[in-house]
Ligand binder design. Structure first.
Ligand SMILES: *Cc1c(COP(=O)(O)O)cnc(C)c1O
Length: 408
């Protein structure tokens, strides 16, 4: 008889997005439904940069010639892409991240859950609350938590609240935690962390021999000079942090698929006998065994992100979405809403008015003005009373949605 992985049975039924879909469908079938605008999605909307498309078209042609054809590539990614990443994303910011410390992959979502393959089962783990659900669910699936509790949290996970009271910056855990997930600029709150604040986390991790899993998927949206784009801008981070980066949100690769993970050479874990083990070697082994690399064509597309043309186009995309965010923030503030995020991230985090819950506000916007967003409570207990709007949309949809919201 086939036994299933019972950890999957602990998962809260994928509640958030199916529930949104259900309510939207019901509303669309009602007679008062009008033109829906969806500001709930965490997916980009603008077309791929021409520099990337041209590079991929050329790569596809290469593949049609006997000299240019490529079969399996290196599991870690082609060296020409890893060298560009090392130079443009790290050395240019004073971070000494070498090409061999960069592992090219098909996504940060998979990397941030696959990383658990090389980490022991008995580590204590902390996530922020609200949180990107992937971090939590991948720990549940691999048996690193207990059961789900009535309030929707999992036994055995440590939740670090981020809310108005702490300015959306989690407090350092009072006790020792082995693995810490941090995402800045943050999804869903749009909050950022300064170098000074991030230094405290690095110091904590070094002192406690902990590992920080740093998700920088939104670094390209940073506008302020003193906000770090990489955790490796902080002294000591190479001894305690793995960083996840993606081409999804900067270059619009959500459907094209390319990302990378940085595992520094001198980053150590420990065996049960207290031997020092290089995490790099384990991840290299994991990727070589379980992964066969990203397609040559897509890696050429990612490489073009670092060309002069590519950089200009990516800047244009970021500016476009950030202009959306600015319009949204401005209109909502004028209408009297308390609004966070949106300055260095494509997400607006609204404080829900009048003692409504996040779901009350969801229904309110849907029924009154046909605008769909994401209830904050779907990202965790501390997200209750907040609401996420995404700046990934067309300009006309953003303006139209804001005009509607300010009239109610
Ligand atoms: C969108 C997003 C990513 C990117 O995931 P990919 O699999 O690379 O598309 C990573 N982390 C967070 C928090 C995100 O919102």
């Amino acid at each position: 008889m086939v036994q299933v992985n019972e950890n999957y049975l602990k998962l809260k039924a994928g509640y958030l997005f199916p529930e949104i879909a259900k309510r939207v469908k019901l509303y669309s079938q009602s007679d008062k439904s009008s033109n829906l605008i969806k500001l709930g999605i965490g997916d980009v909307t603008e077309p791929l940069p021409k520099a990337c498309r041209d590079a991929m078209a050329k790569a596809l042609n290469d593949m049609g010639t006997s000299q240019g054809f490529r079969g399996y590539g290196p599991e870690q990614g082609y060296s020409w892409l890893r060298e560009k990443i090392s130079e443009h994303d790290f050395f240019s910011r004073g971070c000494e991240i070498l090409p061999e410390e960069i592992f090219v992959s098909d996504g940060s979502k998979c990397d941030s859950s696959n990383i658990l393959d090389i980490l022991g089962k008995d580590n204590s783990i902390a996530v922020t609350d609200p949180v990107y659900p992937v971090y939590v669910d991948s720990n549940v699936m691999t048996g690193r938590t207990g059961d789900v509790l009535e309030d929707g949290t999992y036994q055995g996970l440590k939740y670090l609240a981020i809310n108005e009271d702490n300015n959306f910056l989690p407090e350092l855990p009072k006790s020792k935690v082995d693995i810490l997930y941090l995402c800045f600029p943050n999804n869903p709150t749009g909050a950022t962390i300064t170098k000074e604040e991030l230094k405290k986390w690095v110091d904590y991790a070094i002192k406690n021999k902990s590992l920080i899993l740093f998700d920088a998927a939104y670094e390209a949206f940073i506008q302020d000079k003193d906000i770090p784009h990489s955790i490796y801008e902080i002294e000591g981070a190479k001894e305690c942090a793995i960083e996840f980066r993606s081409f999804s949100k900067n270059a619009g690769f959500t459907g094209t698929r390319c990302a990378y993970t940085v595992v520094p050479k001198n980053l150590l874990g420990f065996s049960s006998k207290n031997e020092k083990i290089e995490l790099w070697s384990l991840w290299n082994r994991r990727q070589s065994t379980k992964f066969n690399g990203v397609s040559y064509i897509v890696q050429r597309g990612a490489e073009a992100v670092y060309s002069l043309e590519g950089k200009k186009e990516v800047r244009g995309l970021i500016d476009f979405y950030m202009e959306n965010a600015a319009i949204m923030k401005n209109k909502l503030q004028t209408a009297g809403y308390k609004v966070y995020g949106g300055d260095n991230a494509p997400y607006i985090w609204i404080k829900v008015p009048d003692q409504m819950t996040s779901w009350d506000f969801f229904d309110f916007l849907l029924q009154k003005v046909s605008v769909v967003g994401t209830p904050g409570s779907g990202f965790g207990l501390s997200g209750e009373g907040y609401f996420r709007l995404s700046a990934f949309n067309s300009r006309s949809n953003v303006i139209d949605a804001m005009e509607r919201i300010i009239t109610i």
